[in-house]
Design a protein around this ligand. Structure first.
Ligand SMILES: [Ca+2]
Ligand SMILES: [Ca+2]
Length: 290
């Protein structure tokens, strides 16, 4: 997070968030499609977690928030909580993994439809974080992929800015679902030297790049603590947090304007090294009130 509030290196060991606290704390809902959120983690002591929902109706496969070392809790901690990019954002956990740490496409679709339905009811400003994905094989069912893509596009149609992980597969992000969906913000990863994170997926399907190495966030590791995480999941969470903070501070902007700001407000041209067709844009969280 230290990197995304400043134009250039070196890091200054500070993260300055422009979340305007005079406007309150919870004007934007953030739905996190992941492993769930440990709401007793100290990162959420101050603001809590607003809601939690399992998409699986099978009681025996209730997802466990410790899956993937508490990945969803890490997302929530970077997005909001007390120390994230958008402190005090209203956090909603959508738990989509089954007891085998597996998220089926059916559960994924159900999660998205749940969010669209909820936002339809609440009519509140809402953003979505999807730091999960899969590599789509060209031999897989094209009709089903079209259905999945249209489901994700439904979030955008419903006015819900959405950030998704570019993926950590070191290949063209256009091979990854949902990063391949043009309408969403797909996020690649950078390292400490403003180069592409070595495992980051890359290319024209990436909209913006954000730090993906040595990211401090909550985790489950012999209990609930804080860990140093890698990966484009972390980059995505920072991007989602930036959208929430921007919308909170600029409440008259439309959903489309919020998403457009991610790329137009990014630091342009600062990435170096092999970008492999990735746009040269590094997430910038400041300027939220402009
Ligand atoms: Ca900084
Ligand atoms: Ca896009």
């Amino acid at each position: 997070m230290d990197r995304v509030d400043q134009d250039e290196l070196p890091l200054n060991n500070l993260f300055y968030n422009e979340y305007d606290q005079s406007l309150g704390f919870d004007s934007v809902d953030v739905y996190i499609l992941d492993t769930g959120i440990h709401n007793n983690h100290s990162a959420f002591n101050k603001y809590g977690v607003a809601s939690e929902y399992y998409v699986s109706t099978d009681e025996t496969s209730a997802p466990d928030i410790t899956y993937f070392n508490g990945h969803g809790t890490a997302m929530a901690g970077l997005i909001g909580g007390e120390f994230g990019v958008s402190p005090g954002a209203k956090i909603h956990a959508i738990r989509i993994f089954d007891q085998d740490e597996f998220a089926s496409y059916a559960l994924f679709v159900a999660a998205i439809n749940r969010v669209i339905n909820q936002v339809g009811i609440t009519a509140r400003k809402s953003v979505v974080n999807i730091s999960i994905g899969s590599v789509w094989d060209e031999n897989d069912n094209a009709t089903y992929l079209a259905y999945l893509k249209s489901t994700v596009q439904g979030l955008i149609t419903a006015g819900i800015p959405t950030a998704v992980a570019g993926g950590n597969w070191q290949h063209d992000a256009c091979l990854n679902f949902p990063a391949m969906v043009p309408e969403v913000i797909s996020v690649g990863g950078s390292n400490i030297d403003d180069q592409l994170y070595i495992y980051s997926s890359y290319g024209s399907c990436i909209d913006v790049v954000a730090p993906a190495v040595s990211i401090t966030a909550p985790c489950y590791y012999y209990g609930w603590t804080t860990c140093t995480w890698p990966g484009t999941s972390m980059s995505t969470a920072m991007t989602t947090g930036a959208m929430a903070a921007y919308w909170h501070t600029n409440p008259n902007k439309t959903a489309a304007e919020v998403m457009a700001w991610v790329t137009s407000g990014a630091t342009q041209g600062v990435l170096n090294g092999q970008l492999l067709g990735t746009p040269n844009r590094l997430l910038r969280t400041v300027g939220c009130s402009s």
